[in-house]
Design a protein around this ligand. Structure first.
Ligand code: ATP
Ligand code: MG
Length: 558
């Protein structure tokens, strides 16, 4: 089945295979994370690609944990990875595999290569092995152990496995070509001794397979047809092919594609875990991280991440994607689905002098102008309200059109309101509150006589306001490519997280479940935080309303 809309170079290869019948028209992919961290948006690209292609070609996609490296305490990662893939909307059904389950078969394959004279135990020291590999210009030197008999090799391998030797004493190598121009083909390592417990096989093994030997076998054993991996494995492909050819087993096609890079953040798990270990962020789900769980907590939807992966497309050459595109994608999505509410981040009290003390005026507001089915709600208007501190200036400069002494503005969905008096703290001089009057015929925010105002402000009734903590975010790093800095911690943006207490939200936000997304009018899209409680509500700002991406696009067109 061809999908003309989504054509890309990988689909072209698959279409060609289907024409020639290489895999009998089957498409079977896999997503093979190493359980040594949480998934990030780069992984999402690979997930969307692997599961997406399987879906489009009526094929299958496996989830396989590439846990060939012994390490303990991976359970948290195994769990979080599954949760994140499901959240993104993909399903491996009953095809959940662990590479470590194949250790016995891999071992048999290794013995087979020994028997056919294509693998040997090398007893040079690690330094000697490195030294004798040669350089790009010079051929390597064959190991003095290269021509050991199959019998001796089998015996040594068995004893390596049983733990009779120390780390570094021996390794198993493929016997390929010590003068190959591709350094990876110069008798690459297949097994090394590691006397470490594994989270699944525990102390059963004292040798562990190297990636290049293990990965192709995993793919082959699972009947994978197209093994999609990132571009840094291009030089490993001849080795991938060599093992499968020499074992004469099912041979998937490895295809490489460019990794996703995003500016103003880091993506490698090594760097991410460092930020967590050093408490620079609060954990793998810190909303400033590009992890799937961080993005979810920040307010990103699965649809927006999938759309993003679609938009960035697929290439062979690496590039850096602008963070503004990711933000544009969530804005686009939330614009359609998030209800509008009013919230005041930095409250300034306003007293309406000509409004009765006890009265509550229920005004009508539209929940989402982009979605008629979202309906309407009522918002209570009362004598005391809050407006945004930044929406008032006592001595406004020319271009400031919002509230000022003697000036009239519109309160959203409510009234035209005029500022009559400014009350200040006698000692500090800080503005404490404003006294204003409303024009009753302007109820609903409509001009009663055609007169115009230059600004519409959001507001919240003081009596019905919900006290809320709000967290505002900026990029975690101040430089576009933090990984290129000498030390990533030098370029942390000190304003990456700003916590505002005592923000005032509209009453209707009170019982929203966590993870609910709303637009605070004029301020951005926000998401109720996972740790939010009725006593202590917390919202995270996902993005502001300013679409930087659209501006970049316009500028590029000019
Ligand atoms: P990291 O360097 O972030 O630790 P990794 O490649 O070591 O990444 P794995 O768990 O081994 O992480 O990756 C699982 C799959 O996800 C691999 O097939 C890998 O190619 C893919 N992948 C990882 N990072 C990216 C990325 N930035 N863009 C696209 N695919 C990626
Ligand atoms: Mg890795």
């Amino acid at each position: 089945m061809e999908n003309k809309e989504k054509t890309n170079f990988i689909r072209n290869i698959i279409d060609e295979h289907n024409r020639t019948g290489r895999f009998d028209g089957k498409v079977h992919t896999r997503f093979p994370p190493e359980p040594n961290g949480y998934l990030h948006i780069g992984h999402a690209k690979s997930i969307c690609l692997n599961f997406g292609i399987a879906e489009d070609y009526d094929g299958l996609c496996n989830l396989r944990f590439d846990d060939t490296n012994p390490a303990k305490e991976e359970e948290e990662f195994v769990h979080s990875i599954q949760k994140d893939i499901k959240w993104l909307g993909y399903d491996w059904e009953d095809r959940l595999y662990f590479a470590s389950d194949y250790f016995p078969q891999m071992y048999e394959f290794a013995k087979e290569l020994i028997r056919s004279g294509k693998a040997y135990v090398d007893s040079q020291s690690p330094a000697e092995i490195r030294e004798n590999r040669g350089t790009v210009k010079e051929s390597g030197k064959p190991s003095p152990y290269r021509n050991r008999s199959a019998e001796e090799n089998l015996n040594l391998l068995e004893r390596m496995k049983n733990g009779e030797f120390e780390e570094g004493e021996h390794v198993l190598r493929a016997k390929i070509d010590m003068s190959s121009p591709n350094m990876l083909m110069r008798d690459p390592l297949m097994y090394r001794i590691k006397k470490k417990a594994h989270h699944r096989t525990e102390n059963e093994w004292n040798i562990y397979p190297m990636y290049d030997f293990a990965h192709c076998l995993e793919d082959s054993l699972e009947g994978i047809t197209h093994s999609l991996c990132s571009i840094e494995f291009e030089n490993n492909r001849p080795l991938y092919d060599w093992f499968l050819e020499n074992l004469n087993i099912h041979h998937p096609q490895q295809i490489e594609f460019a990794r996703l890079n995003l500016n103003y953040t880091v993506m490698s798990k090594r760097l991410l875990s460092r930020l967590i270990a050093e408490n620079i962020v609060s954990g793998w789900d810190d909303p400033r991280l590009p992890t799937i769980s961080g993005l979810r907590r920040r307010g990103y939807t699965p649809e927006s991440i999938r759309n993003f992966c679609e938009k960035i497309g697929l290439a062979k050459r690496e590039s850096i994607v602008d963070m503004a595109l990711l933000e544009h994608t969530i804005r686009e999505d939330l614009n359609k689905r998030a209800n509008r509410v009013m919230g005041v981040l930095r409250p300034l009290k306003v007293i309406i002098d000509n409004f009765p003390e006890e009265e509550v005026d229920d005004l009508e507001a539209i929940n989402n102008p982009e979605d008629e089915t979202a309906g309407k709600r009522t918002i209570p208007f009362t004598k005391e309200i809050y407006i945004e501190r930044t929406d008032f200036m006592e001595n406004p400069p020319k271009k400031f059109f919002r509230l000022a002494p003697g000036r009239e503005v519109r309160l959203r969905y409510a009234y035209f309101m005029k500022c009559e008096k400014v009350i200040k703290d006698k000692i500090t001089g800080e503005i404490k509150e404003l006294h204003c009057t409303i024009d009753p015929p302007s109820r609903g925010g409509r001009s009663p006589d055609g007169r115009k105002v230059k600004a519409t402000l959001h507001w919240v009734s003081a009596r019905f306001a919900i006290d809320t903590e709000i967290r505002l975010y900026e990029n975690l790093f101040e430089v576009p490519n933090p990984a290129a800095e000498e030390d990533i911690t030098d370029s942390i943006n000190p304003n990456s997280l700003k916590i505002l207490k005592n923000c005032k939200l509209e009453l209707c936000t009170k019982n929203l479940p966590v993870q609910t997304k709303v637009q605070f009018e004029r301020l951005g899209y926000f998401c109720k935080d996972d740790d939010s409680t009725a006593e202590h509500p917390v919202f995270n700002r996902t993005v502001t309303l300013r679409d930087v991406w659209k501006k970049i696009q316009k500028r590029n067109k000019k």
